[in-house]
Design a protein around this ligand. Structure first.
Ligand code: KDG
Ligand code: MG
Length: 402
């Protein structure tokens, strides 16, 4: 059996997506997601110039060997571009293998560990009152877990705050827009949000907060302590994690659970965090961390240290990644939670899928494969639109972490 052809499909049904389609000589095909928000065309070039020429003619059933070929064989290891290209190939190959087996993907991974997958939605508002209302809307929709972000007085376009709808789309301009940040203001404001949320809705729902790499370790520890009375499910990306050891200080000063990993590419990015139990949740995704083959290694390492998964699932991860993630989550023994930022109707139409939401849980489908396809004719009607993530500057003009 051979890979007969491969193509990269770039489309923008409301936002940009890069999709890989692998076709075998037996007519079975597989689909993978290769989207890297704001840097999409770099992955397209990597796939078209450096991956596809090697793949054609290979045996698609040799998933592990192809993974090693693309990782070790490149000599240049890791990084978001390389690892997303590998992830796309890996997703497509698992899709093919599961279709050949006539089974939904989770069966090949080891079968079901749970019925449905707890997800969290994104509530946000320009001020605390708006965010409290938005959380209420998610509760009415049946969500059990909700991430809450709010505008902060004196900060221009605080992270995670949309412009008038429940969700938000950060890659909103052809060149990066400039947003603001002020740690002192955020540290005073964010605990007030969670105080109000618990006073309004009680403690029954899980609440989460994304710090988006903004705080230093000491500041993050201060925030974690201030939030302890409100019993959050986690604070996410509370400090940049290139230096994994930065989490030691935070861990030793607060019992608020810590999550990190959406920008990580490999197991090496989380090794110290996991082995030292400096975090509670690892948020690597199938897309970001080299596909199912590699994410499984990360999850298995995490399980040894009682660290659970919390896969990234923003809208820049296409429904193909969401389909794979849900099969993975349905199997993985140390599952924690799955992020679920809903895609637009236009996106859902381009990527027909069989997963479904019910009472706060997502359920993967039973179709053979990962259950997500691409309507190529429809995709062609939504051409690529250049769109960048914003940058952040402090009040004095210093560039900060977005
Ligand atoms: O492309 C960047 C987004 O995926 C990211 O900003 C979303 O932080 C994010 C999250 O937790 O979903
Ligand atoms: Mg995040």
């Amino acid at each position: 059996m051979k890979i007969l052809s491969a193509k990269v499909i770039v489309c923008s049904p409301g936002r940009n997506f890069v999709t890989l389609k692998l076709v075998t000589d037996q007519g079975v095909y597989g689909i993978g997601d290769a989207t890297l928000n704001g840097r999409e065309l770099a992955v397209v070039a990597y796939l078209e110039n450096h991956v596809i020429p090697c793949l054609v003619g290979m045996d698609p059933r040799r998933i592990e060997d192809i993974w090693q070929y693309l990782y070790r064989g490149a000599y240049w290891r890791r990084g978001p571009v390389t690892m997303r290209a590998i992830a796309a190939v890996d997703m497509a190959l698992w899709d093919i293998k599961a279709k050949l087996a006539g089974m939904p993907l989770y069966q090949l991974l080891g079968g079901r560990s749970r019925d449905g997958v707890m997800v969290y939605g994104h509530a946000n508002g320009r001020d605390i009152a708006e965010t409290v209302d938005a959380v209420g809307q998610y509760i009415e929709l049946g969500y059990q877990a909700i991430r809450a972000q709010t505008g902060v007085p004196g900060i221009k376009d605080a992270y995670g705050v949309g412009r008038g709808s429940l969700s938000y789309e950060p890659a909103d301009a052809a060149l990066p827009t400039v947003t603001g940040w002020d740690t002192a203001k955020a540290l005073r404001h964010v605990p007030q949000l969670f105080d109000k949320l618990r006073a309004t809705y009680g403690f029954e729902h899980q609440l989460l907060h994304d710090c988006h790499h903004r705080y230093t370790p000491r500041e993050a520890a201060t925030l974690g302590r201030a939030l302890e009375p409100f019993q959050l499910f986690w604070i996410e990306d509370c400090t940049p994690a290139e230096n994994q050891e930065a989490f030691r200080l935070i861990r030793h000063h607060t019992t608020t659970p810590l999550a990190v990993g959406e920008v990580f590419n490999t197991i090496w990015d989380v090794k110290d965090l996991i082995q030292n139990q400096w975090i509670d949740f690892v948020r690597c995704s199938v897309l970001g961390a080299g596909g199912i083959t590699h994410l499984r290694r990360i999850a298995d390492l995490a399980a040894l240290y009682q660290v659970r998964t919390g896969s990234h699932g923003a809208t820049d991860l296409s429904p193909v990644t969401m389909g794979c993630a849900l099969h993975f989550d349905t199997w993985v023994p140390n599952f924690g939670i799955q992020e679920y930022m809903r895609h637009s109707d236009a996106t859902d139409e381009v990527f027909p899928h069989d997963y479904r939401f019910e009472r706060g849980l997502l359920y993967c489908g039973e179709a053979p494969g990962h259950g997500v396809d691409i309507d190529e004719a429809l995709a062609a009607k939504h051409p690529y639109q250049p769109a960048c993530l914003p940058v952040t500057r402090l009040e004095d003009g210093t560039l900060w972490n977005w």
